[in-house]
Ligand binder design. Sequence first.
Ligand code: DGL
Length: 270
Amino acid sequence: MAVGIFDSGLGGLTVWNAVAQQLPDQPLVYLGDNANAPYGVRDADDVYNLTTKAVERLWQEGCDLVILACNTASAAALRRMQESWLPKDKRVLGVFVPLIEALTERQWGDNSPPREVAVKHVALFATPATVASRAFQRELAFRAVGVDVEAQSCGGVVDAIEDGDMILAEALVRSHVDALKRKMPKPEAAILGCTHYPLMQDTFQDALGQDVRVFSQANLVAASLQDYLNRHPNMRGAGTVAKFLTTGDPKRVSARATQFLRKDIQFQAA
Ligand code: DGL
């Protein structure tokens, strides 16, 4: 019954945490490719190769369904994986669509033509690779018209979080928000388009101002996974053991994960 959750590193734990709360009886196998993080500065081929390898590792744990809890992998690799790589009995889901459905006030599976939505000025904060892919703008254009998106590529933030340097991460977030505001002085909504960024959500909100609605993915992805599993109970997979795997140093990664989630998380070598 295991479902896999994958990220380049620690950021996907924000999604893991929400899923574990929403589906307490569902065994989850988390895989962080910490040895190769960050993905956000890699090219699309590189992200594709690392992501497919990680997903294959999760299949070995009996996970037929894998959530890419990584926007960079979702943006740079997911479509190619679904089109030409994924076997028929496996599924890989990304983290973009639930977020865009929330922003555009749509229910799951509403494929009606794009329409006007309440928010007109949206700030997108994401990794350089996600911004370069324009995947967010593409998905949004399928669903909404007249939304002005200003994307800010947030170089350095993932590295600082992976290193546990939260002072640097905070300084970088503030400077990226300043840069965004120079291009779009009054966003109505902001998307945290990287699963590491909810770990800095208070800083984003403070720097943006309390009147900006900040969307982050964890709860949206958890709700959408629950809905998906209700409709596809056979995708729960054969694995039964919950665990945390990393390609990095398990001791170091466990310490950071425990610090971020404020609960004991023990990783083992992938
Ligand atoms: N958490 C990943 C994301 O959502 C971070 C990518 C990276 O490793 O740069 O994009």
